[in-house]
Design a protein around this ligand. Structure first.
Ligand code: NAD
Length: 316
C-alpha cells in the first residue's frame, strides 16, 4: 500500500479521491489551505469521512508559501488537484489564479524533484483547449480564459520538470465534473439550488452549449487507473470526460423531471471566457488506462439533488 499526497484534499474532487484511496487501503496525506473562494465550512464537511481514518493525515498548508519538501517526502505519488478553479473570477482575480495555479505548481514540482517522488499526477482541465474542447489530446491548446491560461502554464511546467529533471509526470484533463459536493459556483449546483428554492436561474447564452458531464466517481476511477497503471501512464496526457454529452437545455429538462419543478429562467448573453462545446474524446484513456465512464447523467443528477437536499436540511 502506498503513501499518497493529495493537494486540494478539502475540495470537491480531492476529498472524493482521498476517500477512494483510503478505502483501497492506502495512506493519504492531505494538503489544503482552505482558500476562501467558497466557504471553509463546506470544505471541512467534505473532509469528515477522511478524518475518520487513522491512515489520513492533513496539513493546512498553502502551496505558495509552505514547506513542501517535508510533506512530499516519502510519498509514492502526488495527486496535484489544488488550484483556483472556475473561470469568471479569473478575469478579476488574476493574481490569485496565477499564484495558486502556476507558482503553487512550480513549488510542488520543485519539492517532488528534490524528494524523488516516483509519480506526479497533475490534474488539468478541458479549459486548456479553449472555446471548443472536442478533439484528442494533441488538439491545439488555445485557452480562452485566464483560468485556462494558468492551467496550461501549470501543465507546461510539469513537462519542463519532466524533460529537464526527469520528474515522472502524468497529466489528466478533467471535463465538467458533477455530483455530490460540487463547488457552489458551478452551474448544476446553482441550478439545483435555484429550482429547490423557487428562485430564478440566470442562464448565460442560449442553453445550447454542451458539456461532457463527468460524474465524480468516473473521474476518481480514471485517476486511480492512472496511478495503478503507472508504467503505461508515465509521460502521458489523457482527457477524462463522461460518456454522455448534453446541452444545458437538456440538463434543465432532466432536472425538472427529477425535482418535479419548473425552472424559472433569467437569460443573459454568454460571458467572456465561456466555453461553447466540450465533448471529451476519451479514446486514449479507454485504450491505455481501461477507463470506461459508467454513470448516466440522469443517474448522477439524482444523486446530486439528493445530496443538495440533505445539505439544505442540515444547514436550516
Ligand atoms: N470541478 C470540475 O469540473 C473540474 C474540471 C476540470 C478540472 N478541474 C480541476 O480539478 C481540480 C479540483 O477542482 P475542484 O472542482 O475540486 O475545486 P475545489 O475548489 O473544490 O478544490 C480545490 C482546492 O484547492 C485548494 N487550494 C487552492 N489553491 C491552493 C493553494 N495555493 N494551496 C493549497 N490549497 C489550495 C482550495 O482551498 C480547494 O479546497 C482543480 O485543479 C481544477 O482545475 C475541475
Amino acid at each position: 500500500m502506498s503513501r499518497c499526497l493529495i493537494t486540494g484534499a478539502a475540495g470537491f474532487i480531492g476529498s472524493h479521491l482521498a476517500e477512494a484511496l483510503l478505502e483501497a487501503g492506502h495512506e493519504v496525506v492531505g494538503l489544503d489551505s482552505f482558500i476562501p473562494y467558497y466557504s471553509r465550512t463546506i470544505k471541512e464537511r467534505n473532509q469528515e469521512i477522511c478524518r475518520s481514518y487513522d491512515s489520513f493525515t492533513f496539513h493546512e498548508t498553502d502551496l505558495r508559501y509552505g514547506d513542501l519538501r517535508s510533506i512530499v517526502s516519502d510519498c509514492e505519488a502526488v495527486f496535484h488537484l489544488a488550484a483556483m478553479p472556475g473561470l469568471m473570477k479569473s478575469w478579476s482575480e488574476f493574481q490569485l489564479y496565477s499564484s495558486c495555479n502556476i507558482e503553487g505548481t512550480q513549488r510542488l514540482l520543485d519539492a517532488a524533484r528534490d524528494e524523488n517522488t516516483p509519480h506526479f499526477i497533475h490534474i488539468s482541465t478541458s479549459s486548456v483547449y479553449g472555446r471548443e474542447a472536442t478533439g484528442a489530446e494533441d488538439a491545439p491548446l488555445e485557452p480562452f480564459s485566464p483560468y485556462g491560461i494558468t492551467k496550461l502554464s501549470a501543465e507546461q511546467l510539469c513537462r519542463a520538470y519532466n524533460a529537464n529533471f526527469g520528474v515522472p509526470i502524468t497529466i489528466l484533463r478533467y471535463f465538467s465534473v458533477y455530483g455530490p459536493r460540487q463547488r457552489p459556483d458551478m452551474a448544476y449546483n446553482i441550478l439545483i439550488s435555484a429550482m429547490l428554492n423557487n428562485e430564478p436561474f440566470t442562464m448565460f447564452g442560449d442553453g445550447e452549449q454542451t458539456r461532457s458531464n463527468t460524474y465524480y466517481t468516473d473521474c476518481v476511477s480514471a485517476t486511480l487507473q492512472a496511478f495503478e497503471k503507472k508504467e503505461k501512464a508515465l509521460g502521458e496526457t489523457f482527457n477524462i470526460g463522461g460518456g454522455e454529452v448534453l446541452s444545458l437545455n437538456q440538463v434543465l429538462r432532466i432536472l425538472e423531471d427529477i425535482t418535479g419543478r419548473k425552472v424559472n429562467l433569467d437569460t443573459r448573453p454568454a460571458r467572456p471566457g465561456d466555453q461553447k462545446h466540450t465533448a471529451a474524446n476519451i479514446e486514449k484513456a479507454r485504450r491505455i488506462l481501461g477507463y470506461n465512464p459508467a454513470t448516466r447523467v440522469k443517474e448522477g443528477l439524482v444523486e446530486q439533488v439528493d445530496w443538495h437536499i440533505r445539505m439544505m436540511n442540515e444547514l436550516s
